[in-house]
Design a protein around this ligand. Structure first.
Ligand code: SAM
Length: 451
């Protein structure tokens, strides 16, 4: 999901608020944000998604205000509309519309929808009181951590424990809009040439990492120079570290030698598979891209086709090598494991509200199982790169500490460890660190010493 568009006044705001509230109600009922916004009719989707993202980033505050305004929680459709209006209106500095306009239009939205019509006067009364008493109400919610940080309480507590010095910075970054970062395809062009192409097109960008370009302003991909021709892909700067970490330092294939055998164990939609192939350059490399979900695996094929790259795409469970492994060890394995996605909440602001505290231990168990199943497939002298787009230590440093304690044939090579999201605004200035404004990630590079 991305927030590429600014909200517009046409179609009418009340209609956009109705649709935003509907999306919020279905996310609260457990639907993922991408599906909830996908259901909005295409012409209205960008505006509704943009409003929806703002609501999700302020929902903790909106719910706290609603509790002060109404003793009883109204039925879900009315509550979603009320919280949508409060989330957008509570802070006049960042509000996308005049609070009075938002309140008028939210009441109009309630009246025009059969599922909220009966609560229209109640919504009107709550929102008018909010306008009259805004400063006092906001002050009354100020001490509530969920209202202040717009994350569930368990998430805030976990971050405090995991990153005692940085937790506030991480939470603040999570509530910002993520920048758009591209990965330049080394096989087709270079970062320097692509920056020139952007400038020629009237767009501003700057280099991040080895292969990345961060844009000053997000754009629909088809408006990017060279996108259809496979010159660039959208990929966060922290995610772009995987290919270099895994491949750099491996012996370059010599002419006539067998190609490097690489396994991308959890591959869809194929962003890192593609980067491995782009980055290999002249080194002969043979990549197997595994994915357990057949529908998602088709996205690997699409990614590779657009970039003109080849890999063997296999639909299978990485945790059951007996079902797909040919018995030949791999020189390098990338395990980009399923995780809570707690590092990428800027791009998926629904994630924090959808996750449950119990998801983390469950996912950590799955990650440990995948690590244990794949480690025997690494040849002596080969490597496994474990990564997650999570900031939780249970899915990162604690996972690897436990793995190293049980696998004495594994050695941890110099690795980035936990990379915390960098909130540099939305990237309107050249960043002061080489990776720029990036998502939260964890990387551990493991080596199996040669016998
Ligand atoms: C974090 S995403 C991978 C992103 C991908 N590496 C990229 O850069 O585009 C994790 C993927 O692993 C897949 N997955 C989960 N469990 C798996 C398993 N046991 N075997 C193979 N794939 C699995 C999920 O369906 C999901 O597509």
């Amino acid at each position: 999901m991305s927030d590429l568009s600014e909200p517009t006044l046409s179609p009418p705001l009340w209609r956009q608020l109705q649709l935003t509230a509907q999306a919020l109600a279905s996310i609260r009922a457990g639907t993922s944000g991408s599906i909830a916004f996908e259901l909005v009719e295409p012409a209205l989707r960008p505006g509704v998604q943009s409003l929806g993202f703002q609501v999700l980033r302020r929902l903790g505050r909106a719910e706290a205000l609603r509790r002060h305004l109404a003793k009883r929680t109204p039925p879900p459709p009315a509550d979603a509309l009320l919280c949508t209006a409060l989330a957008l209106a509570w802070d006049p500095v960042s509000s996308p519309y005049e609070p009075f306009t938002l309140v008028d239009q939210a009441v109009e939205a309630a009246k025009r929808n059969p599922t909220t019509r009966a609560q229209a006067s109640f919504i009107n009364a709550c929102l008018r009181r909010f306008l009259r008493e805004r400063d006092e109400l906001v002050a009354a919610t100020e001490h509530e951590p969920v209202a202040q940080w717009n994350h569930p309480r368990w998430w805030i507590e976990r971050l405090k424990r995991d990153h005692p010095r940085e937790w506030q910075r991480v939470l603040a970054a999570d509530n910002q809009q993520a920048p758009m970062t591209l990965r330049v395809n080394r096989r087709k062009t270079s970062v320097a040439s692509y920056l020139l192409a952007l400038r020629h097109d009237g767009q501003q960008g700057w280099p991040v990492g080895d292969d990345g370009v961060q844009l000053a302003q997000a754009r629909p991909v088809l408006q990017l120079p060279g996108f259809a021709a496979g010159e660039v892909s959208v990929q966060d700067a922290a995610a772009q570290l995987a290919a270099a970490l895994l491949l750099d330092g491996l012996p370059a294939g010599k002419p006539g030698a067998a190609p490097l055998r690489v396994l991308d164990a959890c591959a869809a939609p194929g962003g890192k598979t593609a980067h491995l192939l782009e980055r290999a350059g002249q080194t002969a490399i043979e990549v197997t891209a595994l994915e357990v979900d057949a529908v998602r695996s088709r996205r690997i094929d699409e990614t590779l086709a657009r970039l003109d790259l080849q890999a063997q795409v296999v639909v299978a469970d990485a945790g059951r090598p007996a079902q797909w492994w040919d018995g030949q060890p791999y020189d390098a394995i990338l395990l980009d494991a399923p995780c809570t996605a707690s590092g990428i909440v800027r791009r998926h602001p629904d994630v924090r509200w959808l996750r449950r505290e119990s998801d983390t231990p469950q996912l950590a168990q799955q990650q440990a199982m995948l690590l244990a199943a794949l480690w025997p497939l690494v040849r002596p002298g080969g490597r496994l790169l474990y990564c997650t787009c999570s900031v939780f230590r249970e899915e990162g440093s604690y996972q690897i500490e436990a793995f190293l304690a049980h696998n004495t044939d594994a050695r941890l090579l110099p690795s980035p460890g936990h990379l915390l999201p960098q909130g540099g605004g939305n990237g309107r200035g050249v960043p002061d660190n080489p990776l720029g404004d990036h998502d939260g990630f964890f990387y551990a590079l493991l080596e199996k010493p040669a016998r």
